[in-house]
Design a binder for this molecule. Structure first.
Ligand SMILES: NC(=O)c1ccc[n+]([C@@H]2O[C@H](COP(=O)([O-])OP(=O)(O)OC[C@H]3O[C@@H](n4cnc5c(N)ncnc54)[C@H](O)[C@@H]3O)[C@@H](O)[C@H]2O)c1
Length: 436
């Protein structure tokens, strides 16, 4: 099939490469010329394991190409995927301007009946809104809701082996159903993964999934605070709670608050939608509140260790990405902490295996970002771990002790709690863990 993805970001690029891999001819389009130029030179603008190989193979075999020509791509495609950003507006609602712009372009540029697939995360009612925008197009535009569930860091595997494929479609639209069935058939060879439903249900499913995940994290973060008061250990509690098959073990890790480009904005957008309909989602609201508070937990701990006075302290930060295996720093708890440290007059030296250059663009000269993790720790009054990259899992603690001005380790991901660090001369603090 001939298709295009509009948007070459985390979702658009993975979708384009993933669908090229199963034999389609895919044009991946973005309105950002430097991004398309880099892709044209064979560079991958984001860090995502396995994506470079997937893109290179499909480009080499002639199935995947890149362009900035949105209208030309639409005119040449049977299926148009919308994978543009839907960032939060100041009031929490999803900003749909980019989605509307693509819908307008499809309405005027399509040269034949076209299936327009909404892959961006969009609030309930967007499918209907887009249908309204394209209603007077010369050719019929079939609007489908197909939210994406990939995780950054595992995006390629998630796309190629999805748990489920949610397709929201008008029941009477046989053409769209047939196109989506054919497109996703290669992903359903072992079992049918497509869940067909009304567009509103598909749209809502995405927000409910992300809010459920966020709720688990916020609940465990609250329980971590209780653990610290009562002498319990969140690791032990998590393992025992997660062993219950009704609950499951995923997304139960206490930490510095959830970040990324999806969970925070999607919880807020769900709240906004509910509010518009006169419904108060109390659990979702509490999830968001708890997370905002949790993003300050490491700052409060540092203040505690330095008697409330961080001015002039040299603080090393390991990890800037919102999670490992990505260079995405959007809404990362590390950015919140670093900004707060700077405003309190601390000197921050940071390291991240992949997110350094993205973070440099964010902080400018306010933060020193170094290429070697031990250089960041050199002379530091404290080392704060924010992202559990593998290379931080088992560092050379003796070297750290020698190089740091003061052996204070603040473990925002609880990965060092069982290493006996106190016995080895460190001041060790985690989130809801006892430590030894
Ligand atoms: N990142 C994730 O893990 C993830 C997972 C599932 C769903 N989503 C959702 O997918 C959507 C895209 O997310 P992302 O992380 O890929 O965003 P992104 O910011 O990485 O990429 C969006 C791209 O769209 C381009 N763009 C914006 N307006 C355009 C236009 N009018 N024409 C052409 N290109 C345009 C931008 O230049 C950018 O490259 C969002 O709605 C997001 O919520 C993201």
């Amino acid at each position: 099939m001939r298709l295009c993805t509009i948007g070459a970001g985390y979702v658009g690029l993975v979708t384009a490469a993933g669908l090229a891999e199963t034999g389609n001819r895919v044009l991946c389009v973005d309105s950002d010329p430097p991004k398309i130029e880099r892709l044209g030179r064979g560079e991958i603008p984001i860090y995502e394991p396995g994506l470079g190989e997937l893109v290179a193979r499909n480009v080499a075999q002639g199935r995947l190409s890149f362009s900035t020509d949105v209208r030309g791509a639409i005119a040449a495609s049977e299926i148009v995927f919308v994978a543009v950003g839907t960032p939060p507006r100041a009031d929490g609602a999803a900003d749909l301007r980019a989605v509307d712009a693509v819908a307008d372009a499809v309405a005027s540029a399509a040269t034949s009946p076209t299936v327009l697939v909404l892959k961006s995360t969009v609030p309930v009612g967007t499918n209907a809104r887009v249908r309204h925008i394209v209603r007077e197009a010369t050719h019929r535009i079939h609007v489908v809701s197909n939210p994406e569930f990939l995780k950054e860091g595992d995006a390629v595997a998630d796309f190629l082996h999805p748990d489920r494929i949610v397709v929201g479609i008008d029941k009477a639209d046989e053409h769209a159903r047939d196109c989506m069935s054919r497109l996703y058939h290669p992903f359903c060879l072992d079992r049918d993964r497509i869940l067909w439903m009304e567009p509103a249900s598909a749209e809502l499913t995405k927000y409910v999934s992300n809010t459920m995940l966020a709720m688990r994290v916020s609940f465990m973060n609250e329980i971590a605070g209780l653990c610290e008061r009562v002498g319990a250990d969140i690791h032990d509690v998590r393992k025992a709670v997660g062993a219950d098959t009704r609950i499951g073990a995923e997304y139960l890790y206490a930490g510095p608050g959830y970040g990324g480009s999806c969970l925070p904005k999607d919880v807020q957008a769900l709240l906004y939608t509910a509010n518009e309909h006169g419904i108060e989602l109390e659990l979702a609201a509490a999830t968001d509140r708890v997370n905002r508070r949790q993003k300050g937990v490491l700052l409060r701990k540092l203040e505690h260790h330095f008697d409330g006075f961080l001015h002039g302290r040299r603080i090393a930060v390991w990890g800037l990405a919102f999670k490992p295996r990505t260079d995405d720093v959007r809404e990362s708890p590390a950015l919140t902490l670093v900004d707060a440290l700077i405003s309190e007059g601390a000197q921050v030296v940071a390291h991240d295996p992949e997110a350094g250059s993205v973070a440099r663009a964010h902080f400018g000269s306010r933060v020193e970002i170094v290429d070697d993790a031990y250089d960041a720790a050199s002379g530091a009054d404290a080392l704060v771990l924010l992202t559990e990259w593998r290379q931080y899992q088992s560092p050379d603690f003796e070297r750290l002790k020698d190089t740091m001005a003061r052996p204070l380790l603040l473990d925002g991901r609880n990965i060092w709690s069982t290493y006996g660090l106190r016995k080895r001369g460190f001041v060790y603090d985690g989130i809801g863990v006892q430590g030894t």
